[in-house]
Design a protein around this ligand. Sequence first.
Ligand SMILES: O=P(O)(O)OC[C@@]1(O)O[C@H](CO)[C@@H](O)[C@@H]1O
Length: 452
Amino acid sequence: MLKAEDAFPLPEPLSARHKDSFAYTTMKDRQPVILTKVIDYLFRERKEIAEVYGDDVLEDLKAINELLAQLRYELMTDKPLSPLNESELPDVHDWNHSLEEARFDCAAKHEDCSWFTAPWLLVECYLYRRIKDAFLKGSGTGKLKHFDFFADQKKSSLLDSLSSVRILGNFLLDKLSHLQPGNPDASKTLFFHMVELSLWGNKCDLCISGGNPNAHTSDPLADLDVFRQNILSDHLDDIWSFVKSSMSLGPAEICFIADNAGFELFSDLALADFCVSIGFASKVVFHVKSFPWFVSDTVESDVEFLLKVLEEEGLCSLALRWKSYFETERWSIESDHFWTLSEPFPNMKKIRPLLYERLSRFRLLVVKGDLNYRKLLSDLNWEHHTSFELALRQFHPCALVTLRTMKSDMVAGLRPSVGKNAHTIDPNWMITGKYGLVQFSGRKDTESKCSV
Ligand SMILES: O=P(O)(O)OC[C@@]1(O)O[C@H](CO)[C@@H](O)[C@@H]1O
């Protein structure tokens, strides 16, 4: 198979070194704001936090905020990136290896490896890892080591999205009660809708809004017809052909590499339920983050909170249905520290071979969101018309679908005029979340084992 690096020199990684880039804007404006909001939150809520965890955490909060203030100083004054030196999480070696490689590349350009010279993917992820570091180091009592400092924002975002949740939830329940088993063609249009709903669920995240409230408030079903023209790369037909032919092999295990909690997670569970109900999937695994990440990314407790809210807010039958999926292990949640590294997915086979092997056992991966897309395509500055397959750089544990609204200036797999036309309509087309991609690769690495 043709490798991208054999066809032409690989493009440069996106980096804040380019002052006219979106990477520069995020590192200069968005990241300091997100960090400052964490500091403010811990200070503002210190008494409430102490009520839950005990008064001794007041000292922890002070220490954590000192570490976060130091981190903000390093970011805003573009200091060299320092290695991680605590070893409580299993990722320290991998992180320090990534930092060492970046340092080597910067040295070749006679530069320090800093927030504004290193690859954007590395520094953006590093910020969240360093925030986690502050909690691990600063919590002398140990009580706040696993505190979710973004939980309140995620909860509010879900509660603010309840009207959209109710519309989609009732729609799903109604459609599920009318499915025609044994007649997959009858489900085709609905399958397209469920995929699109999960795609547009990615529109709102709390990172793009710099931690400001960003909920889904419109009617997600009414939006579908309006938004369809904004899907710039649409492989829905290929996905459906794959799903249909796969169904003749018997139900399969599939996996979501999840992104944001709140409405997006709800739309993902709705799609997963649909895949189960039409007989495509026998099991669904949701891979989530193991610590707070990019503000609104899903951690396990966000799934629990979602189910609780559904139960309390008039979608009890859906909550019970999904709870029973989890209880019977038809659905399950997994996590891996690879998701909170800065490494592109094509490096997974080398860095986390067991995870690659695990993914190769699924029939389909659903890769959600903008950051996962950037990692999937290595966050390189691809020509927009580079083929999606080539840009995957041989990441083929199994067939995969990516559902991503565009919130960063990196894309591949567009037909030649598509980007130009979108740019004419909206010069910010790559970063607003208004445009979306549904891209598919049916290829499977023949060297990886397959049990399904
Ligand atoms: O992965 P998600 O939740 O869809 O988006 C994350 C995001 O908001 O954060 C990054 C910018 O800081 C971008 O990659 C993207 O816009």
